[in-house]
Ligand binder design. Structure first.
Ligand code: HEC
Ligand code: HEC
Length: 381
């Protein structure tokens, strides 16, 4: 009898504990625990999955991934209230279907109708970049993200105003609490959340990736194009080590999976007398940095026209013609350009192979991934 009663009450107690735990798991979203400085929250750690064709992702110690941070960052990336007149979001110039560039526009137009002088950059695998913008002026992604909001020819808003708009919203204060554990909206937190979201935007599932993983074949033409990118440019004897290749690998290496090493270079677009945008040299002021721009990835280039920092080339054919020419000599042109030896001298057949290869880097799973698309107005879930 006694035994029976004990086990009953023990069962009852267990039931209560289970119900309580289950309840706490489901409801803290509505009722965060009150901490000494107001409500607190424990964000959920998130482990990012990196495809095997890419190297391990560097993640800054002061901005680890959390489920809630990524979710908030996605809302903010599509948030038009971050702009002065509430009409422009980051995604206005970084649209999914064109590898997160600006809809084929050579230059982006900000909220006041003023165009900039640089082509919007693809957002993909940004976690691996070591500097940001065409001229590499931002050292971290978090630092980069703070700039478009206050840029007078882009979103043209002040961060205090933008933060006030988010504070006045019925949902954002809770989303920030959930993402960072304590209440408070700041520009630094907004940038951290967006950086988390952007770092999840990984492209590593193109036909080329599947080929490297042994899951899919490429055509002979595509494979020959890939080989050309790995061969030295130039024809002997003019170029003693020349292999009749396209020489792309020096600057757009496929090792590490990104098709760039992120180094800023001058690929000979203009003669020195025609330099207008000085790129890296524009902010360092150093003669050896003049007209150098960040080497972009070749991933998804078939989607992200036009090309180069100023969007001067409309097609990949024009890009190949530029490299085939060898580029314009200047004091800072990269030695890997074949400007002294009559260019690459590629046949029409080789040019077609190169173009075919570049198309294998199109990652439709990446651009169509619903996790990177507009989530609609912010909600608590
Ligand atoms: C008006 C169009 C426009 C808007 C709005 C805009 N961007 Fe950009 N973005 C650009 C352009 C143009 C560049 C290249 C600018 C440069 O190099 O000076 C760029 C560059 C970048 C880069 C650098 C990528 C790299 O590899 O270096 C990132 C990341 C980025 N933008 C994210 C964002 C985020 C996040 C927002 C919203 C807070 C945003 N952009 C809003 C046009 C825009
Ligand atoms: C000497 C280094 C170097 C070599 C060699 C090189 N590139 Fe580039 N590439 C760059 C740099 C730097 C840029 C950006 C230049 C700028 O915008 O001012 C660039 C830009 C590009 C772009 C434009 C991408 C975009 O997002 O706008 C494409 C496409 C491209 N390169 C393809 C190739 C191919 C294909 C080859 C081989 C035939 C090649 N590159 C060889 C350094 C190089």
């Amino acid at each position: 009898m006694i035994r029976h009663r004990t086990s009953l009450s023990l069962l009852g107690l267990l039931g209560l504990v289970t119900a309580f735990t289950a309840c706490r798991k489901e409801t803290p979203e509505e009722t965060p625990d009150a901490g000494p400085d107001g409500p607190t929250w424990t964000p959920t750690p998130y482990t990012v999955e990196v495809p095997p064709t890419l190297s391990a992702m560097p993640i800054p110690a002061d901005n680890p991934f959390t489920v809630e941070g990524i979710r908030l960052g996605r809302f903010l990336f599509y948030e038009e209230r971050l702009s002065g007149n509430n009409t422009q979001s980051c995604a206005s110039c970084h649209a999914p279907e064109v590898a997160f560039t600006d809809h084929g526009n050579q230059f982006s137009v900000g909220i006041d109708g003023i165009a900039g002088n640089r082509n919007s950059m693809a957002i993909q695998n940004v976690a691996w970049e070591s500097s940001y913008f065409w001229d590499g002026r931002a050292a971290t992604l978090e630092e980069q993200i703070l700039q478009p909001v206050e840029n007078p020819i882009e979103m043209h808003e002040t961060w205090p105003n933008a933060v006030a708009k988010l504070e006045a919203d019925s949902v954002y204060p809770t989303l920030f609490l959930r993402a960072f554990g304590t209440p408070g909206i700041t520009k630094e937190r907004a940038a951290k959340a967006m950086a988390q979201f952007l770092r999840t935007m990984i492209s590593g599932d193109s036909r080329f990736d599947k080929f490297m993983r042994g899951e899919e074949q490429l055509s002979v033409e595509e494979q020959l194009g890939f080989q050309l990118t790995l061969l030295e440019g130039g024809i002997p004897p003019a170029v003693p080590l020349g292999q009749g290749g396209a020489d792309c690998f020096h600057c757009h290496p496929h090792g590490g999976g990104r098709f760039t090493d992120g180094i800023l270079r001058n690929n000979g677009l203009d003669p020195q007398s025609a330099w207008t945008d000085l790129g890296l040299g524009g902010w360092t002021g150093l003669p050896q940095d003049m007209a150098k721009f960040k080497t972009p990835s070749l991933r998804n280039v078939a989607l992200s026209a036009p090309y180069m920092h100023d969007g001067r080339f409309q097609t990949l054919e024009e890009v190949i013609e530029h490299y085939n020419s060898g580029g314009h000599p200047s004091t800072t042109i990269d030695p890997n350009m074949k400007f002294t030896t009559g260019g690459l001298q590629l046949s029409a057949e080789k040019k077609a192979q190169l173009i075919a290869f570049l198309h294998t880097l199109t990652d439709t799973a990446f651009v169509n991934n619903p996790a990177f698309h507009d989530p609609g107005p912010p909600t608590l879930e």
